[in-house]
Design a protein around this ligand. Structure first.
Ligand code: CTP
Length: 407
């Protein structure tokens, strides 16, 4: 989960489909991500799930569906104005038709028509209804108008037991689409280069010198930067992680290979980069000789001579002639919090970079969360223990502010 939903006002409109029970799970996910959720139900939705389920999950009463002259005030206007995101889930074939034609004959469609915030709809219906030309036309109309974005439906078994496309997207998928809809595109037009993972320095065809970096911090940075609209090049050592959507990935093995890949990604001839986030755990040394054949065991003790690798970040900083690319280094340190912040500041000045993200060693390697201090020329700012994706957004905030206004 990201921080995109934290404190955001989401209206969840539930319409009459068996999939309405899944909207309870969606509500939980949205709440767990910190969103404030108001649920609106149509009369037919109430035949599938009760108000109490949603009011229990949101801690707020379900909004009344009473509508028309008898309804008090202009509830749809107030709700739509307050909402930062409207999600219609499940969205029946009927509600899609009404959304597509701009009907406003109940609270759900009136809110959707009034809303100026993003509106998502997660269709759920029998596959033969989804594939009907009328529904196809309605979905096309909604896509063309660009005011309602459909999430799903997906292929699978529907309530009747038939299979085909018509199942509502899973609550996790809808929650992720909600987070994405609320993510600012403040890195649009920027090119960010991110390094991740360990480097492996070969001794012979089967042995190497490496480290325990999982690559998660770098991958989280790449994922969030892409979500915020950046073009992202991810240069990574060997890791067991999937490439985040929309990210261009370059796989490397050794520090020297990483250096070559970074130079290519940063080259002015390919458009240069606005920022480099150097989250890789680059090996400081490599064997002086890489043996072409496997070393044989012997009774003698073995001494391996190591030679230093270049400091990739320091070299890039040394060659930098202006404020771009913004350079972010990472440092795993041991000591008290003050010592760690101090080492971070020392590294920042010595390496001539803009930001150093320093972590206490015991609280970072191989974990999905992380405690870190952001060290800039202005000083040190400790962040609480955060999921790496959330920490990534804080680091990217610092990059955004250093990059200044729009591209
Ligand atoms: N780094 C690099 N090239 C290296 C080593 C490190 O580019 N050969 C980068 C890392 O990616 C990281 C930053 O430098 O962003 C700090 O790494 P760290 O290992 O903490 O720095 P060192 O200078 O090696 O300091 P130490 O002696 O504390 O290990």
């Amino acid at each position: 989960m990201t921080r995109s939903l934290h404190g955001r006002r989401v209206v969840l409109a539930v319409t009459g489909s068996v999939a309405a029970y899944k909207s309870a799970a969606l509500t939980r996910l949205l709440r767990a991500a910190g969103a404030e959720v108001d649920v609106v139900m149509t009369r037919s939705a109430r035949r599938f799930v009760g108000d109490a389920t949603f009011s229990g999950l949101t801690g707020r009463p379900v909004l009344r569906t009473a509508f028309g002259p008898a309804a008090a005030g202009e509830l749809h206007v107030d709700v739509a104005r307050r909402a930062e995101l409207v999600i219609v889930a499940p969205a029946t074939a009927d509600v899609l038709a009404r959304l597509a034609t701009g009907r406003a004959d109940d609270l759900v469609t009136a809110i959707a028509l009034c809303a100026t915030c993003p509106v998502l709809a997660a269709p759920a219906m029998h596959p033969s209804m989804w594939s009907h030309p009328a529904t196809r036309r309605n979905a096309e109309l909604l896509a063309r108008d660009g005011r309602v974005t459909l999430v799903g439906p997906i292929a699978g078994e529907v309530a009747s037991g038939d299979t085909g496309i018509g199942r509502m997207a899973e609550p996790e998928t809808i929650a992720a689409a909600a987070a994405s809809a609320l993510t600012p595109r403040d890195l649009a037009g920027r090119h960010l280069v991110v390094s991740a993972g360990p480097t492996l320095e070969d001794l012979d065809p089967v042995r190497f010198l490496g480290n325990r970096s999982s690559g998660r911090m770098g991958f989280a940075l790449a994922e969030r930067a892409a979500a915020r609209g950046a073009r992202v090049t991810l240069v990574t050592g060997p890791v067991a992680l999937a490439t985040p959507p929309g990210v261009v990935r370059r796989d490397v093995r050794s520090a020297l290979e990483m250096q070559a890949a970074l130079d290519a990604a940063l080259a002015a001839s390919t458009g240069g980069a606005d920022a480099l986030l150097m989250a890789a755990a680059v090996g400081d040394y490599r064997p002086a000789t890489t043996h072409a054949a496997k070393l044989k065991r012997s009774a003698e003790s073995l001494t391996i001579e190591l030679q230093p690798n270049p400091d990739l970040l320091r070299e890039i900083a040394r060659r930098r002639t202006g404020p771009r690319p913004v350079l972010v280094g990472f440092a795993v340190e041991t000591g008290t919090d003050d010592e760690i912040a101090g080492y971070g500041q020392k590294k920042r000045v010595e390496k001539r970079v803009d930001v150093v993200v320093a972590n206490p060693a015991a609280e970072s390697f191989g974990r999905s969360d992380n405690r870190a201090v952001l060290v800039t020329a202005e000083g040190a700012r400790w962040l609480p223990v955060l999921e790496k994706t959330v920490l990534a957004d804080h680091i990217l905030d610092a990059v955004v502010s250093m990059l200044g206004g729009a591209e």
